[in-house]
Design a protein around this ligand. Structure first.
Ligand SMILES: Cc1cc2nc3c(=O)[nH]c(=O)nc-3n(C[C@H](O)[C@H](O)[C@H](O)COP(=O)(O)OP(=O)(O)OC[C@H]3O[C@@H](n4cnc5c(N)ncnc54)[C@H](O)[C@@H]3O)c2cc1C
Length: 292
């Protein structure tokens, strides 16, 4: 591993200034479970590491007066997974966080790091996109809110200006009768990278038989974490049936843009999008029926 300089500022403006001044030569460090591995095993050059560990306002999980949830970017995978607030509010965010490697990785790795690493196969980011969460971005110019779905522009690339950091995520309150599910397909049971991941959110009408709103977001089958928009349109306003879920699965497969690589062919991935979309929707609908 190459030598690097290390800073752990206590002020946000100082962290942003250090990162902005050094541009591509500097990276933010959260848990390091992606960044340090890339530096050590893949020879990634990072002359300056700026740790976020001492910054105020990046930690914790809380509920706001309007019912929305704020999750600090430095909240660890385990904190997010075990949080009763997250589980009550948007269960699939807890499910995605549970899949970040092992217990040890989840104790270090953060939600902000999962989004910040911008891997198409990320597990914790897609539920945030499906829940229409926004990211609070801090930089030298101040703070701005960006939908998490607009943050990733390609593998390893975020729509952030030099020196900007994700401080927290805000997950809006969900309507009554809303259920969620994140499910992924991996060849191994544990410690594997998703071949396909599906984040599904479904809100039902009061009759509990009609879909009012649906959000389906794909992982590992496109360069970003896109909504399966045709699948979502297929579901909205429709009565729940086996055929509807089958149609939505097919539509999501058509919405995906997978590549072939060592883990799976594009054709196999597309088939798995179909299967896992149906499964994710079926569970989300069951959860929506019992949610208040
Ligand atoms: C053995 C192992 C198994 C894993 N399994 C999975 C898995 O199953 N699913 C999965 O999704 N991931 C997995 N990961 C990847 C990793 O653990 C997660 O992506 C984790 O959430 C990264 O968080 P971190 O805090 O460690 O990020 P870091 O490594 O600290 O940072 C990652 C990137 O994000 C940037 N960054 C960090 N925080 C911010 C911020 N607040 N604002 C802007 N940019 C920021 C950093 O500069 C860096 O480029 C695994 C990793 C390992 C080592």
């Amino acid at each position: 591993m190459r030598r690097f300089d290390y800073a752990a500022p206590t002020q946000i403006f100082e962290a942003c200034a250090l990162l902005a001044d050094r541009g591509d030569d500097a990276r933010a460090l959260a848990g390091g479970t992606d960044l340090i591995v890339q530096m050590r095993e893949r020879g990634r050059k990072v002359p300056l590491i700026v740790s976020l560990r001492n910054l105020e306002g990046f930690k914790g999980i809380s509920q706001n007066a309007d019912g929305a949830l704020t999750i600090g970017a430095m909240a660890s995978g385990n904190e997010v997974h075990h949080s009763p607030l997250v589980q009550k509010h948007a269960y699939f965010i807890s499910e995605g966080a549970e899949l970040l490697g092992s217990i040890q990785i989840r104790n270090r790795g953060t939600l902000g790091g999962n989004v910040g690493n911008a891997a198409p196969s990320a597990d914790a980011a897609p539920p945030l996109v499906a829940a229409h969460a926004t990211a609070s971005i801090v930089g030298k110019q101040g703070t701005r809110e960006v939908p998490v779905g607009d943050l990733m522009v390609g593998p390893g690339q975020l729509a952030l200006e030099p020196g900007e950091l994700i401080q927290s995520f805000t997950v809006p309150a969900q309507p009554a009768h809303t259920g969620t599910r994140y499910v992924r397909h991996v060849p191994r049971r544990e410690m594997d990278i998703a071949v396909v991941g599906i984040a599904a959110l479904v809100s039902l009408e009061d009759d509990l038989a009609t879909i009012k709103e649906a959000s389906v977001v794909l992982s590992a089958v496109a360069p970003t974490w896109p909504h399966a928009t045709t699948a979502e349109q297929t579901l909205r306003g429709q009565q729940i049936s086996e055929k509807l879920l089958a149609d939505a699965g097919e539509a999501a497969a058509a919405d995906s843009r997978p590549i072939s690589d060592v883990r799976a062919s594009a054709e196999y991935r597309r088939m798995m999008v179909d299967v896992y979309t149906r499964r994710a929707l079926a569970t989300a609908i069951e959860r929506a029926k019992t949610a208040v």
